[in-house]
Design a protein around this ligand. Structure first.
Ligand SMILES: [Zn+2]
Ligand SMILES: [Zn+2]
Length: 343
């Protein structure tokens, strides 16, 4: 008998697949962003639906590790191993490296090379400019694992500088009213501050207590946010007519009553949907997202050249259907524990 062809590499799904605790790389014996504690985890970024406490060993960027330590404590994993973007490591025969995801500070795509095939697990990502993190890097691959938070054609985010211009115009029109901006506490809040600084606003920016620690961490990691101060203990007259950032949940609680007739704003991709703004009592919706919008999802998937696309969470059915009409193989992984409603 004669060999007539090369033995093909086994398909990626034979070595990377959803297991009980999350997406599992079998030869490497590690999970990516598992939703419960495991022996060995590789973590894409610090958001709580991806990074959890209690793993035996964590591999991530130094920034993601710093975020996990602030949120969960210094000993929230048995060991932390940091890996710089682009630096290769070998885990039980699987080539692993991290590529920037452009989502929040420290966010990374996990690039896996095994047996002649490459899979890229992108975690959450965006393509829009963000002054607080490295820009998304396209890595060509056989299998691309993508999120689908905003995977409906209606979702088209606006450039953040334009939304910040709206904020500054509103402040100029109503100089006595304090502008209180709801923004997700990790990533969005600090990005909004950086974007507001880029627009030339140099007065102090005030923070709700819940976003102070992570904002201080960003500053300690070299992100320049200018003069930021806690609302607690600040003089009410000094804050009046200024900018305050808070977690979205604070917009609808009595906490906002300390400000006299504030303008409530909310920076989120969900602000594209008018009903969502109304639901939060938001006067000034700002469409700023840390996730890819519909055109960027489609463009990114195409740029990776992946022959197979796995969709982790969000509007997975719409994306899988659309990719099928483009002749691309795609399927929903239906991973549990993902939640980007709060973005
Ligand atoms: Zn995230
Ligand atoms: Zn997420």
């Amino acid at each position: 008998m004669r060999m007539t062809h090369m033995i093909a590499s086994p398909p990626v799904e034979t070595w990377l697949y959803p297991a009980e605790a999350g997406l599992y790389c079998a030869p490497g014996q590690f999970y990516i962003d598992p939703h419960r504690a495991v022996d060995r985890a590789v973590i894409t970024h610090g958001h709580s639906d991806h990074a959890r406490a209690g793993h035996g060993a964590v591999l991530a960027t130094s920034e993601t590790i710093a975020i996990m330590k602030v949120r969960y404590g210094e000993t929230s994993a048995g060991t932390f191993q940091q890996l710089a973007l682009g630096e290769p490591v070998n885990i039980n025969g699987v080539g692993v490296r991290l590529a920037p995801a452009g989502h929040i500070l420290g966010s990374a795509q996990i690039v896996l090379d095994y047996d002649g095939k490459r899979a890229v697990v992108s975690g959450d990502y965006k393509r829009a400019y963000d002054p607080t993190c490295a820009a998304f890097d396209v890595v060509t691959c056989d299998v691309f694992v993508t999120e689908a938070t905003f995977a409906l054609p209606v979702f088209r985010h606006e450039p953040a500088h334009g939304e910040v211009a709206k904020l500054l115009a509103s402040m100029a029109a109503e100089p006595q009213r304090t502008h209180v901006i709801g923004a997700y506490g990790l990533g969005k809040c600090q990005r909004m501050i950086a974007e507001i600084r880029n627009a030339g606003y140099d007065k102090p920016i005030y923070l709700h207590g819940a976003v102070v620690a992570l904002t201080a961490l960003y500053q300690s990691l070299g992100i320049n946010l200018g003069d930021v101060r806690s609302v607690a203990g600040a003089d009410g007259d000094a804050i009046a007519g200024g900018i305050v950032l808070c977690p979205p949940s604070a917009l609808s609680d009595r906490w906002t009553r300390r400000f006299n007739d504030p303008v409530l704003a909310f920076a989120s991709g969900w602000m594209r949907v008018r009903g969502r703004a109304r639901q939060h009592g938001v006067e000034l919706p700002l469409i700023v997202s840390d996730h890819a919008d519909w055109p960027d999802l489609i463009a990114t998937i195409s740029q990776t050249n992946a022959e197979d696309v796995w969709v982790t969470h969000g509007r997975d059915d719409a994306l899988v259907h659309h990719l099928a009409t483009l002749g691309r193989k795609a399927r929903a992984l239906a991973l549990v524990g993902r939640d980007d409603e709060a973005e």
